[in-house]
Design a protein around this ligand. Sequence first.
Ligand SMILES: Cc1cc2nc3c(=O)[nH]c(=O)nc-3n(C[C@H](O)[C@H](O)[C@H](O)COP(=O)(O)OP(=O)(O)OC[C@H]3O[C@@H](n4cnc5c(N)ncnc54)[C@H](O)[C@@H]3O)c2cc1C
Length: 408
Amino acid sequence: MHCLVIVDVPSRLTLNVAKTQCFSMMDRRTFTKLSVATLVAAPSHIRAQPKQNVIVIGAGAAGLTAAYHLKSAGVGVRIVEASNRWGGRLKRLTGFSEVPLDLGAEWIHDEPTILGQIVGKGETDLDVGTIEYRPQTYQFWHNGRLSSFDTLRYTYREVKFHDTTWYGFFERFIVPTIQDTMELNVPVSHIASNSGGVAVHLRNGRVYEADKALVTVPLSVLQRGNIGFSPDLTPPHIRELQDIDFGSGFKVFLKFKERFYPDILMEGPRLSALADTWAQKIYYDAAFGKPTTDNVLGLFAVSDSALPRASLDDETLLREVLAELEDIFGSVVSRTFIAGKVQNWSNERFIMGSYSMTNHGWQGVDDILAPMAGKVFFAGEALGGDAQSTVHGAAFSAIDAARDIQAR
Ligand SMILES: Cc1cc2nc3c(=O)[nH]c(=O)nc-3n(C[C@H](O)[C@H](O)[C@H](O)COP(=O)(O)OP(=O)(O)OC[C@H]3O[C@@H](n4cnc5c(N)ncnc54)[C@H](O)[C@@H]3O)c2cc1C
């Protein structure tokens, strides 16, 4: 029998034992071999009793997915999120167009079958509408001229949601299971571990204790040392984290009365579209394949260096983007413009950029962010391996971490 305690510390002086849970220690390895699908489907009376408590730091794709799988497996979970909303780099814009729009992650950078895998149901069809995203018309703006290069339609294909968003997907399949475990507006400042477990210190002075902690904050937060660790995330680790680029980036949506733009508009010579680079600036028809007649043009801009526009306030950024489009397409832009929305990820206080990019060091992210003392674990897009910098990469890293947490 193993007893664990979550301690709620409203002030530095008073310790309130908020919750005590005693768990029978069933064989965790055996347990994790059971498919998560079976666990999710299992009636509550045959589910395992809580075996241990885990504090998940960050309620983005990784934190939400980890909490969902841990809770489904009978582990006690508490999510602590710094901002006032869940989702992290998943964010939805409603009321702008007939269809909801993704202000953060938008594309499904793999086959739709990953959706079932994220929720632990293998390749089950979840009945989520997706579309094959295969833009047909491409234009390039170069040296003051616009030229077409539609041949690219044969080389580029991806998947998107039909009438929902990445945020909507998590809202429907993941969040209902874990909503009651989530605490918002509680930035974590420090994580201490000792032989008994972990103590997670919040900026508001409270401390939560548990067996283990799973850290899913963006790489930018760790690189800046915004969360302290004791025993330290040792100096070489902190130094090696700096070898990984965390990009800057923003998105803009613009609504027009007319559609005067192609499916995809890029800057530079036509062959630049084939360059293998992290820096991307793409205007795209955000309503492509969606059930709406609205004309919505998106701008996706990310870079491994600081984007000058990412330092602007939203109003100035929007004005610059409209002026740029006016240079390309002429007065139709201002004549038909209805509304615009900027989402500047570089200015988000708890994100501070877009996503992890090149690792210039010799050590892999998995090694740099290996579990510490079997108590503090890491997940998130930077640990997504082949799917680094994507939603499913973040989710899969979380599923791995959840499995690892139960196995130790
Ligand atoms: C502009 C843009 C476009 C993108 N497009 C796509 C796309 O089309 N497809 C795709 O698959 N991916 C895309 N991505 C990447 C994708 O959004 C991310 O890979 C993924 O959402 C990251 O999830 P995460 O859980 O690792 O991190 P996050 O979503 O960043 O979650 C981390 C959470 O930790 C919280 N946090 C930070 N500090 C603290 C603290 N001290 N205490 C507690 N909580 C804290 C943050 O508030 C945040 O909620 C895009 C990203 C951007 C920025």
